[in-house]
Design a binder for this molecule. Structure first.
Ligand SMILES: NC(=O)c1ccc[n+]([C@@H]2O[C@H](COP(=O)([O-])OP(=O)(O)OC[C@H]3O[C@@H](n4cnc5c(N)ncnc54)[C@H](OP(=O)(O)O)[C@@H]3O)[C@@H](O)[C@H]2O)c1
Length: 324
């Protein structure tokens, strides 16, 4: 089966590696061509080619460029969002690609209005619904990457350059540094929205990015894809999430439990101060509190028990072992 992975960042690399291990025809990356650069200065990730991966440069806004790259491809896994992804879907249709997985990889779509703000991922899913007779698709849902909580955060993990959130139509904010989200493992602190507005415990799902890659690769062998494929390393109460970190470090953390009213008040203040980074961080906490990163049934885990996922404790211990 010929598989193309759109994007070349760390998540795309985990997926590609796992697909190759599954014995499919060697997958290749679609890599954004930056117009105006020469071919050699466009080689932004030379290590991929050095490691034997095939990289095809595409201009997402040139249908001919995409079409020729996609001829003969069975499945496209996308980690690229926004307008480039919509153009990619159009080209998948003309190149008769059979299946497409959009850049999802977070909570369950349609249940995450706060996360969705300004990100337009739903536009992609709506487009895929329109063309479902011609292009099969699924949304891979994995909750929160463990990589947010390692040394250097999401950015240093290489899994993602960091999540870029559009807080207003004109403002884009980069969030991905160590300790920017819920847990500051190094300094033994945590700020969590432990309780919902109704006072019940807040839960979230978490997965290691490498395990997401393994699930995606195994799901390629499924006869038909359901609308969502939900996977997780663990579903944790946020209070337990912090307790695990305390156990790994063998220290008691300073824990701030932030309630809904306080979160919204702080978000309004931050918005008035036009501190968009703070707004984004608070919105991410509000989303967690609203349960946008939680889901109950994990159909990918159920269908693929052979994928052995890491627990948060295993992942966190390993991630911080070298920093000790
Ligand atoms: N659950 C979580 O905790 C979590 C955290 C972070 C991300 N995610 C999800 O993981 C997926 C990948 O995230 P990511 O942070 O790696 O995404 P990203 O920063 O948007 O980058 C993904 C790829 O998009 C391409 N790209 C970026 N800007 C582009 C542009 N202006 N035009 C064309 N292509 C562009 C790049 O491709 P090239 O490499 O070809 O240049 C890049 O490798 C997304 O679905 C995201 O929502 C989940």
């Amino acid at each position: 089966m010929k598989v193309a992975v759109a994007g070349t960042a760390g998540l795309a690399q985990h997926i590609t590696r796992a697909v190759a291990e599954e014995g499919h025809e060697y997958p290749f990356f679609l890599h954004t061509k930056i117009l105006g650069l020469t071919k050699s200065s466009n080689q932004q990730r030379p290590q991929l080619a050095e490691n034997g991966f095939r990289v095809i440069q595409v201009d997402y806004f040139n249908p001919a460029s995409l079409h020729s790259a996609l001829i003969g491809v069975d499945t496209v896994i996308s980690t690229v969002s926004g307008a480039p992804q919509l153009a990619l879907i159009d080209s998948c249709l003309t190149a008769c690609v059979r299946r497409f997985a959009p850049a999802e990889f977070e909570g369950v779509p349609y249940e995450r209005p706060m996360i969705e703000q300004g990100r337009k991922k739903i536009d992609t899913l709506n487009r895929l619904r329109e063309v479902k007779e011609r292009l099969q698709s699924t949304a891979f849902c994995c909750g929160i990457f463990y990589e947010w909580f390692g040394p250097g955060g999401l950015s240093r993990s290489g899994v993602s350059a960091g999540t870029i959130l559009e807080t207003t139509p004109t403002s884009r904010v980069f969030v991905g540094d160590e300790a920017c989200y819920m847990l500051d493992f190094r300094n033994e602190r945590a700020t969590i929205p432990a309780y919902s507005e109704k006072g019940s415990d807040v839960y979230a799902c978490f997965t290691a990015a490498a395990d997401v890659g393994s699930f995606v690769a195994k799901c390629l062998s499924m006869e038909a894809w359901p609308e969502q494929l939900r996977m997780r390393g663990e579903r944790l109460k946020l209070l337990d999430f912090v307790r695990i970190a305390e156990a790994v470090k063998d220290r008691v953390f300073s824990v701030t439990i932030i309630d809904s009213e306080e979160l919204h008040e702080q978000a309004i203040d931050a918005e008035e101060a036009e501190d968009w980074e703070k707004v984004s961080k608070l919105e991410a906490l509000i989303a967690a509190q609203r349960g946008e990163l939680d889901f109950l049934g994990a159909n990918a885990n159920d269908c693929l028990p052979e994928v052995k996922t890491l627990s948060f404790k295993q992942w966190l211990s390993k991630a911080w072992a070298q920093e000790a």
